[in-house]
Design a protein around this ligand. Structure first.
Ligand code: ZN
Ligand code: ZN
Ligand code: ZN
Length: 369
């Protein structure tokens, strides 16, 4: 798998005229060689020259953490008094056009720009990110496993098996987090619990508020799995809303429109459709009920080894969806001081149509506990 990915990176470098790719912290590196750099002040950087072997420049004492793959890259461990920038420059060979990982600390980029003044720079997103956007069968299967895990949690929430009334949002968030880990994820990326008027804030931070009866409770949660060999896996991300009692007609009606907007957008996410056009389908449907003014964010984001990545389903993105793109479809409405709602599924564009990986019910579940 890694060999094939490295080959694809090299051929894309040739097409784009990139002489070397430099990857540090972030998701490109684990996607490419199965190793995740620690976000520390000591530089870890994989150097992939267009011709010549790849080199992982890494603090010497972290070498034991690396699963060695000598067919893919050699390891250059640097000591505490060595200059890692020198090591990177040595591994580069000829400079030219260099693509550096999007999440690399700017400090290292600035030092590299000083060390190789003749180089021109672009982002690794242009090279590696573009490849990561198209998932193969194994990646889709991994995303499906992650999605099924959080689907089971959503089901428990909808059946009232996760008590809500009388608990703080933070407490429920902690339970969702424990369940995410129990469902085979290696880490929790977020577990938003927003009740009542807090649901009007799309990224509400679960806090001390005690969940009461007759409130909407918006839960948006997900994590990252781990492959059997310990390499970082794929992300899950789901949003479901429940109501602690019987919802007022006005809310139930708005929620019904949201439900329709969400399923219309899923159906519209076909191969060849511009990402921005899918966003518009949801927005136009919400506009019929005058709810589009409260739909405050883009429709969705790509997902893979990173929770948010390309392609973004947002107005102005004219890129057509490709088979193998995986992304969220998550319209919502957020009415300040009142309430809010969102429904989110992960969807894969396939040649036989959009395939939703999440299958938990979209209905507004009424829970009385
Ligand atoms: Zn979000
Ligand atoms: Zn989400
Ligand atoms: Zn999302």
């Amino acid at each position: 798998m890694f060999t094939e990915r490295l080959d694809r990176v090299r051929s894309s470098m040739a097409t784009l005229g990139v002489d070397a790719v430099l990857l540090s912290v972030g998701s490109d590196l684990p996607w490419l060689i199965g190793y995740e750099a620690m976000a520390l002040e000591r530089l870890t950087m994989l150097v992939v020259p267009a011709d010549g072997p790849a080199t992982l420049v890494i603090p010497a004492f972290e070498v034991p953490r690396v699963v060695e793959r000598p067919d893919l890259f050699r390891i250059d461990g640097w000591g505490e008094t060595d200059d890692p920038i020198d090591r990177v420059v040595a591994a580069l060979g000829a400079s030219g056009r260099l693509a550096i990982g999007d999440h690399t600390w700017s400090r290292f980029l600035v030092e590299l720009q000083r060390a190789v003044p003749s180089a021109t720079w672009t982002t690794a997103g242009e090279v590696v990110g573009a490849l990561r956007e198209v998932k193969d069968e194994a990646e889709i299967a991994a995303l499906q496993r992650a999605a099924s895990g959080v689907d089971r949690i959503a089901g428990a929430l909808q059946r009232g098996e996760i008590p809500l009334i009388g608990r703080t949002e933070a407490d429920v968030s902690a339970e969702l987090s424990r369940r995410i880990l129990a469902e085979g994820h290696a880490r929790v990326n977020f577990a938003i619990v927003a009740s009542g008027s807090n649901a009007a804030s799309p990224h509400h931070h679960a806090g001390d508020k005690v969940i009461g009866p007759n409130e909407v409770v918006l839960c948006d949660f997900g994590g990252t799995t781990q492959e059997a060999d310990g390499t970082p896996g794929y992300c899950s991300d789901i949003t479901r809303c429940v109501y602690t009692g019987s919802p007022p007609a006005e809310f139930a009606e708005a929620y019904g429109h949201l439900q329709e907007a969400q399923s219309l957008a899923v159906a519209a996410a076909t191969v060849g459709t511009a990402a921005g056009a899918v966003d518009k389908v949801a927005r136009d449907r919400l506009a019929l009920a005058d709810l589009d003014q409260w739909f405050l964010h883009r429709l969705g984001h790509g997902i893979g080894v990173e929770a948010h990545e390309e392609p973004y389903l947002v107005e102005g993105n004219d890129e057509p969806l490709a088979a193998g793109n995986a992304f969220s479809i998550e319209p919502g409405f957020y009415i300040a001081d009142r309430w809010g709602a969102r429904i989110e599924d992960i969807v894969v564009a396939t040649d036989s149509g959009p395939r939703a990986l999440n299958t938990a019910s979209h209905d507004l579940a009424i829970v009385e506990a």
